[in-house]
Design a protein around this ligand. Sequence first.
Ligand SMILES: NC(=O)C1=CN([C@@H]2O[C@H](COP(=O)(O)OP(=O)(O)OC[C@H]3O[C@@H](n4cnc5c(N)ncnc54)[C@H](OP(=O)(O)O)[C@@H]3O)[C@@H](O)[C@H]2O)C=CC1
Ligand SMILES: N[C@@H](CC=O)C(=O)O
Ligand code: NA
Length: 430
Amino acid sequence: MRNEISIGLLGLGTVGSGVATILQQHQEDLRHKLGVQVAIKKVLIKDTTKERLSPLDSSIFTTDIEEVINDPSLDIIVEVMGGMKGAKQAIENALRAGKQVVTANKDVMAEHGHELLKLADEKKCDLFYEASVAGGIPIIRTLEDGLASDRIAGLMGIVNGTTNFILTKMKQENMSYEEALVKATELGFAEADPSSDVDGWDAARKMVILSSLAFSTEVRLEDVLVRGMKEIQAGDLQIAEGFGYTIKMVGSSNKDEDGIEVAVEPILLPNLHPLASVNNEFNAVYIHGEAVGETMLYGPGAGSLPTATSVVSDIIAACRNLLLEVNGKRLHAAQHDLVIKEDKSCFAKYLHRLLVNDQVGVLTQLTAIYSKHGASLQSVMQHPAENEDQAELVLLTHRISREQHLKVIKDIKSMASVISHYRIEGESAT
Ligand SMILES: NC(=O)C1=CN([C@@H]2O[C@H](COP(=O)(O)OP(=O)(O)OC[C@H]3O[C@@H](n4cnc5c(N)ncnc54)[C@H](OP(=O)(O)O)[C@@H]3O)[C@@H](O)[C@H]2O)C=CC1
Ligand SMILES: N[C@@H](CC=O)C(=O)O
Ligand code: NA
């Protein structure tokens, strides 16, 4: 009968130090929940000169990863070092060594998750990754367990804390993009390379993970349409507001008889949409199940303790399985072949913001382009431009296919500048 479970921690940064803090502060509760002591016995770091606030004794620190992975006394390896190649290798080696693995690494899970989960099944080991999507929100467990009985038709969410924090600060506090990004980095929300946040790839990786789980298939990163924050131009937030919409970086994934459509992009949400009021580093995921209907999970999407909460919950799940001797019994094989929808089958309304020469006949030329592609318009608004020979036009379409939208944009570029364009979700109240 065990009386202790030992952990090897790979990384002691924002998330790793949160894990150490929670395991130390909640020791009594964990002992009560599990009946055994859970203790971190080895920690991998890179920089031995760094000052650390962690409660751990530096005598257990090492810079040699093999010393952690190959230590036979360790039961669970927790990978919170980040990166791709080294982290993937560490997870693989730990599973091959028969250890339970917990990771917060969406980069690795999005690109190699299917292969690693298969390896975990073969080795009869747990591989848990709750923190990899939406930090402190138990979204993976909800899809795997809570909604296991349902068929998911679609999900939509704010799954990147950094970009949501930046957009909130720009809108509510008039902060510049650069200032807001520096703040998000200082607070530990941003990735080591924050271009992954602002260009949409972090959210895209999370959508790969969520879509694969929701639809029991193997979605790949190249299947995701990705548009980053740089698509949002000065003045867009105010224009959207004028129409009763809020701009948010949203990941969406929907399934119908034509296949699956996965995207990450800045979109226009009606101000009354539940996701429109998700601010700062908070995340939310809105799930549409065929039987359950609509559910939404909301919580902190990034940060030390919120993310560590998910990591420690995964550690607890692995500990319970260890005590019951039932690790690696989940069977992760995908049920369905992947079919990605074509652009002609993906429908939405769009907002197009253009800069045109303010002369007779421009509007006729423009509307001819929309007519040529069978795209009907809901409204056209003209605003003065900085240069008095030009005008800004904001056009809202009725529902059209993404193929029509892209063809219209391509043709418009031959006669005007396209300042920005957005997909619109739902109807605003104005
Ligand atoms: N920050 C967040 O809010 C969230 C992060 N995540 C994910 O969690 C993971 C960790 O993120 P975070 O804690 O923010 O990252 P940090 O950069 O804060 O921490 C990384 C830690 O890993 C150590 N490390 C990195 N590379 C090596 C290496 N080659 N050898 C030894 N040690 C190494 C670093 O050592 P040293 O301290 O010596 O530099 C550091 O302690 C990432 O995969 C991230 O995407 C997931 C959800 C939220
Ligand atoms: N950089 C990520 C961290 C959590 O996954 C984010 O901002 O959401
Ligand atoms: Na989560």
